[in-house]
Write a protein that binds this ligand. Structure first.
Ligand SMILES: *Cc1c(COP(=O)(O)O)cnc(C)c1O
Length: 255
């Protein structure tokens, strides 16, 4: 009687794997130092743990550790990517491209930017859920600065052709962002091969805890600039308290 139903909603969230929990537990109680407290053992041991976590994530997507910016999840990562790039590159162009079937954590930041005066093209999808690459081709403009296309759809699971989209953007020196919250651990993700400049990830879709995720931000060829969306502290490369200097399009052409 009243057995709990079998859980079949892993695209919404997953349980924390017991092995993950086991690794995490000591950091709530024994090793609780602030990883930014670099003057004592308590800080050093958590700093080492953060460093290890950053390396593991970087290895999973063929990135380097300094390209991984920890966030509270994919919603924050998407906001940081989209608004951060728009703010950093608006003097080079105000046109942005995304897809009608993106997660709201992508669509809503684009809506917000449209309200600020950016021009957003929303690509449609074909009956199979895939975007039409010809439609993307025709959407590109000289003032396009960013394209966001998700890796795997959270409702129907369709996989967009990331490597093809990446190449099309790369050839035009346009930044390519992908929300890969549903793809990590299911399909190979390689930011070099797929020419991805920014990638959003979250732990709770892959048997990790809620409340942690990250944004991959390419540092070489090109070095992608993002304007911080949260100020104070200077953690995570201050994503950052660096004085904000808008890039020129010519700076984007170095890959
Ligand atoms: C779950 C999900 C998000 C939101 O992730 P949070 O970490 O909960 O903020 C964003 N995009 C996609 C595709 C998702 O599946």
């Amino acid at each position: 009687m009243s057995a709990r139903p079998i859980y079949l909603d892993c695209h919404a969230t997953t349980p924390v794997d017991k092995r993950v929990l086991e690794v995490m537990i000591p950091y709530f109680t024994e090793h609780f130092g602030n990883p930014a407290s670099v003057n004592h053992l308590y800080g050093w041991e958590t700093e080492a743990a953060v460093k290890q976590a950053r390396q593991i994530i970087a290895d999973a997507i063929n990135a380097t550790p300094t390209e991984i910016i920890f966030t509270s999840g994919a919603t924050e990562a998407n906001n940081l990517a989209i608004k951060g790039v728009a703010e950093a590159y608006f003097s080079q162009g105000r046109h942005l491209i995304t897809v009608a079937t993106e997660h709201h954590a992508v669509l809503d930041p684009y809506d917000y930017l449209q309200g600020l005066g950016f021009d957003v093209t929303l690509l449609s999808v074909q009956p199979d859920g895939l975007i039409d690459l010809t439609e993307l081709e025709e959407a590109f403009r000289p003032d396009t600065i960013l394209v966001s296309v998700m890796a795997a759809n959270n409702e129907i699971g369709v996989l967009q052709p990331l490597a093809k989209i990446g190449k099309m953007c790369h050839d035009r020196h346009i930044l390519f962002h992908t929300d890969a919250a549903q793809a990590l651990g299911k399909i190979p993700l390689d930011v070099e091969e797929m020419k991805i400049d920014l990638m959003s990830l979250t732990a709770h879709k892959v048997y990790g805890p809620k409340g942690i995720g990250c944004l991959y931000v390419r540092r070489r060829q090109p070095r992608v600039k993002i304007a911080p969306q949260i100020h104070g502290g200077g953690q995570e490369r201050g994503s950052v308290q660096e004085p904000f200097t808008p890039l020129k399009l010519s700076d984007l052409g170095r890959r």
